[in-house]
Design a protein around this ligand. Structure first.
Ligand code: NAI
Length: 326
C-alpha cells in the first residue's frame, strides 16, 4: 500500500479524491499548507500531493527526500511554487497539464462582464431596494479589443469566448499557437490597442510583474486588467496607482501577489491585515476572487483523475507522462 499525504486540502478536494482512492493508494488529508514548518507531517508517506500555495522550496525538498518521499504530485497546472532545480535527482514532480481551460476562461469572462456591467453593484443595490441606474453605465463588448497574453489552452478558450462576443482579438505569446483564433502581435501593440487585457501565461522570471507602471503607461485610458493566471505577473501597487488615476478602468483579480496567507481561508470575522488587499477590495471597479477560476465540477473531477494517474504511474514505475523537470 502506497501512502500519499495531501496538503492544503478543503472539503471539495476530499470529495473529488475520495472517489479515486483504491487498494494501492492510501490518502491522508491535511488542511495545512506544505512548507518548512509542516514538512514533517509527510513522515511515513511515499508521495505528497500539493496545490498552488504550498511552498516547495529547496529546504522542503531536501526534507522530503530525507523522509523518503519520492514524488510531489501537483494537483494544478502551474508549478512556479516548486524549486525544480532542487528536486532534480531527488524527488520526481508531476502536474495536471490540462483539466478544463473552459473553467478558467469562463470565470475570466464572468469577471469582465461583472466589472463592465457593474453586476456586483446592481446585485447589492436591488437587495437594498435601490432601483436607481445612476453610475451603472457599461460599454458594448462587441467591437472592442481584447489583448490575451499567453495563447495556450486557456488563452485560446478565452479567445473563442471573446469571438462569440464579436470582439477583436489580439494575442501575444513567444510561441505561436495555430489554435489561437486572434491576431498575433508584439506586446507593445497589444498594450497600445487593447480595451481589455487578460493574462493567461505561466509565471516565470521573464514575466515577473509584467503589468507595472511602465507597461500600464502604454495602455489605453480606462483599460481593464484581468488576471486569472498568477499574482506576481502584476505589480499590485502600480495597478492601484493606475486605478486611482483612472488610467485603469477596472481590475479583475482571481490571483494576488500575496495570496498565500489569505486565499482559500475564511477571515469574515477578522480585520484584514494586508492594507493593499483592503484597498483593492474597497474599490467599486475591482473584483477580487479567491483563486476560484478553476472551481467547476468538471475541472475537479479531471484534476483528481489525472493526479491519481500520475501517482499510480510513479508507484508502478511506469513512464510519468506529466512529469515536469528542468
Ligand atoms: P498553457 O501551457 O497551455 O499556456 C500558457 C502559454 O503561455 C503558452 O502558450 C506559453 O508559450 C505562454 N507563455 C509563456 N511565457 C510567456 C510570456 N512571458 N508571455 C506570454 N506568453 C507566455 O497553460 P494554460 O493551461 O493555458 O494555463 C495558463 C496559466 O493559467 C497557468 O500557468 C496558471 O498560471 C494559470 N491558471 C490559473 C488557474 C486559476 O484557477 N486561476 C487555474 C489553471 C491555470
Amino acid at each position: 500500500m502506497n501512502k500519499v499525504a495531501f496538503f492544503d486540502t478543503k472539503s471539495y478536494d476530499k470529495e473529488s479524491f475520495n472517489k479515486f482512492e483504491n487498494e494501492n493508494i492510501k490518502i491522508r488529508f491535511f488542511e495545512n499548507k506544505l512548507n518548512i514548518d509542516t514538512v514533517s507531517m509527510a513522515r511515513g508517506a511515499d508521495a505528497v500531493c500539493v496545490f498552488v500555495n504550498d511552498s516547495i522550496d529547496k529546504e522542503v525538498i531536501n526534507e522530503l527526500s530525507e523522509l523518503g518521499v519520492g514524488h510531489i504530485a501537483l494537483r494544478c497546472s502551474g508549478y512556479n511554487n516548486v524549486d525544480l532545480k532542487a528536486a532534480k535527482g531527488k524527488v520526481k514532480v508531476s502536474h495536471v497539464p490540462a483539466y478544463s481551460p473552459y473553467a478558467i476562461a469562463e470565470h475570466t469572462m464572468g469577471m469582465i462582464l461583472t466589472l463592465n456591467r457593474k453586476l456586483h453593484r446592481a446585485y447589492i443595490r436591488t437587495r437594498d431596494h435601490n432601483f436607481s441606474l445612476e453610475s451603472l453605465i457599461g460599454f458594448d463588448l462587441h467591437g472592442k479589443t481584447v489583448g490575451i497574453i499567453g495563447t495556450g489552452k486557456i488563452g485560446c478558450a478565452m479567445a473563442e469566448i471573446c469571438r462569440g462576443f464579436g470582439m477583436e482579438i489580439l494575442g501575444y505569446d513567444p510561441f505561436k499557437n495555430s489554435n489561437f483564433c486572434g491576431k498575433n502581435v508584439d506586446l507593445d501593440e497589444l498594450f497600445k490597442k487593447s480595451d481589455i487585457i487578460s493574462l493567461h501565461c505561466p509565471l516565470s522570471k521573464e514575466n515577473y510583474k509584467l503589468i507595472n507602471k511602465n507597461t500600464i503607461e502604454k495602455c489605453k485610458n480606462g483599460v481593464f486588467i484581468i488576471n486569472t493566471s498568477r499574482g506576481k505577473l502584476v505589480d499590485t501597487a502600480d495597478v492601484i496607482a493606475g486605478l486611482k488615476s483612472g488610467k485603469i478602468g477596472a481590475a479583475g483579480l482571481d490571483v494576488y501577489e500575496e495570496e498565500t496567507e489569505v486565499f482559500f481561508e475564511d477571515f469574515s470575522d477578522e480585520i484584514i491585515k494586508d492594507d493593499t488587499l483592503s484597498t483593492l477590495i474597497s474599490m467599486p471597479n475591482v473584483i477580487v476572487t479567491s483563486h476560484q477560476a478553476f472551481l467547476t465540477r468538471e475541472a475537479l473531477n479531471k484534476i483528481a483523475e489525472t493526479t491519481m494517474e500520475n501517482l499510480e504511474s510513479f508507484f508502478e514505475g511506469k513512464e510519468l507522462k506529466n512529469e515536469i523537470s528542468v
